[in-house]
Write a protein that binds this ligand. Structure first.
Ligand code: F6P
Length: 196
């Protein structure tokens, strides 16, 4: 691709409560990000350029993309872009997990890339399920992806040529659009942070 645009969904009610996973709605701040996204993206495209918007199937990404889709007009939800499945820990806070599943909490800390939640996924699993997405991305132009923290870390690591084992620690903040432009000598990265 010439460039790809990446964004996490806006802050969700679960983000506010420190809970992982789930299918929560956006918080008021997350909604403000969604509303600011079209003008933020405008700063990163050519006049008149339109993007195809990919989301996960979860409410918070679809809500975040809503106004962007009104403007750019093409949207595709992918199950493969849903957040890393945290299995039995879905809906818990990290403190809950440490109290309820102390061995799992430690195992994840020791090897975050390979640790698979009970009944859920590891980062390694996510990298495998993202393969078709990466292939489609390589074939298409001008895609903006609104998805989740763990998923964006893996996509970001791929395009930045960072070994996937390091993806669990990539920094992908909320309320920021990242534009990646692959070049022969490496990928150019630009970021725009929303003022909300
Ligand atoms: O807290 C938001 C979130 O997207 C969770 O839903 C997800 O489990 C987590 O981040 C992934 O981050 P980490 O792998 O660092 O726990």
């Amino acid at each position: 691709p010439r460039s790809i645009w990446l964004s996490r969904h806006g802050e969700s009610m679960y983000n506010l409560e420190g809970k992982i996973g789930g299918d929560a709605d956006l918080s008021p701040r997350g909604e403000a990000y969604a509303r600011s996204l079209p003008s933020l993206v405008d700063q990163s495209i050519e006049p008149g350029q339109t993007l195809t918007v990919w989301t996960s199937t979860l409410r918070r990404t679809i809500q975040t993309a809503r106004y962007l889709v009104d403007k750019h007009g093409r949207q595709l939800p992918w199950k493969a872009l849903d957040e890393l499945d945290s299995g039995v820990c879905d809906g818990l806070t990290y403190e809950d997990i440490e109290a309820k599943y102390p061995e799992d909490f430690k195992a994840r800390d020791d090897d975050k890339y390979n640790y698979r939640y009970r009944g859920g996924e590891s980062y390694r699993d996510v990298v495998v399920r993202l393969e078709p997405i990466i292939m489609e991305l390589e074939r298409n132009e001008d895609i903006l992806i609104v998805t989740h923290q763990a998923i964006l870390r893996c996509i970001y690591a791929y395009f930045m040529n960072v070994p996937q084992e390091r993806s669990p620690w990539m920094e992908v903040p909320l309320h920021t659009v990242i534009k990646l432009t692959p070049r022969a000598y490496g990928t150019i990265e630009e970021r725009w942070k929303a003022d909300i």
